[in-house]
Design a protein. Structure first.
Length: 287
């Protein structure tokens, strides 16, 4: 029996969920229903939620194991008591707005590049859950691009070319693009590059999907320049407006997305204006 309803917010994917208080879903009874909806929509929006960080993490655990991502490099100290909670904000440990050149804030700006969470590790991320506490009046939206629909829209020649290609993903490739070079050799060694097929079959929907994004550094077996140009061309195709849902945040929004089916990026905002969101992440099963 369905306990919530989904209302589409984009012609291809993404839906707003009605009839759920996620504080009451921590026993896991809704996990299978949420997963079925995720297989269809890939992005689910839950408005008006009142989850504290403990309740958010408890709900996250009903969906799978916690993915720690880059926490052991980027967030050695945290405002949160829950291990695995990622601070998506522009404030420091004392809840003061960070300076624009603060290294932690600079690292956070890489979120404004199209990416899939934790594609730089194996296993990568399955779901990401982002909870809005304080949002800006202008800017700061999050955009999602449907990689299933983008794959479906490729030419047959392109599909044939990329079907068996493998890309190497690096945790720090995206950060070097924005001049974020604060990492030591020890940091880099914690996340050696990993390889992923550029076309994957989603285990739930069985749809083929592009698996690319800014962490994809080059294509195995191709010269670096040629591979990067192909990756850039695919990313340009996949992030056309027709494949993109832009989410305008309200306090109390919880958005869950499937990193195996969509790319996402944050949008620019006034860094002098307070913005606080927190993210928990579900690790995918090992492939």
């Amino acid at each position: 029996m369905t306990s919530f309803t989904c209302k589409s917010v984009h012609p291809l994917f993404a839906a707003e969920v009605e009839g759920v208080d996620l504080r009451e879903a921590v026993n896991g009874s809704l996990a299978a229903e949420v997963e079925a909806a995720m297989d269809r929509y890939a992005v689910l929006v839950f408005r008006g939620q009142k989850l504290d960080e403990s309740a958010q993490m408890a709900f996250t655990r009903t969906l799978g194991s916690i993915d720690m991502g880059l926490l052991k490099v980027l967030q050695t100290k945290s405002r949160f008591k829950e291990a695995g909670m990622i601070d998506i904000s522009n404030v420091d440990l004392e809840s003061q707005i960070r300076d624009r050149d603060d290294p932690k804030l600079v690292a956070m700006l890489a979120n404004q590049l199209w990416h899939s969470d934790s594609s730089f590790k194996q296993p990568a991320a399955k779901y990401s859950l982002l909870m809005a506490q304080v949002v800006t009046e202008h800017g700061g939206e999050t955009e999602f691009a449907d990689m299933r629909a983008a794959y479906d829209a490729l030419s047959q020649d392109t599909i044939a070319e990329i079907e068996d290609l493998i890309a190497e993903h690096s945790a720090f490739h995206s950060r070097l693009q924005i001049d974020d070079a604060q990492y030591t050799e020890e940091d880099l060694a914690l996340f050696p590059p990993v390889q992923w097929p550029m076309v994957r079959v989603h285990p739930g929907s069985k749809r083929k999907s592009l698996y690319i994004g800014v962490h994809a550094e080059h294509i195995i077996g191709r010269p670096i320049a040629e591979g990067r140009l192909l990756l850039a061309e695919l990313l340009e195709h996949a992030t056309q407006r027709e494949f993109v849902y832009r989410h305008k945040w309200r306090p109390g929004d919880m958005v869950i997305w499937d990193n195996r089916a969509v790319l996402h990026r944050g949008r620019r905002y006034d860094l002098s204006e307070r913005r606080e969101l927190r993210r928990s992440t579900v690790e995918d099963i090992r492939h």
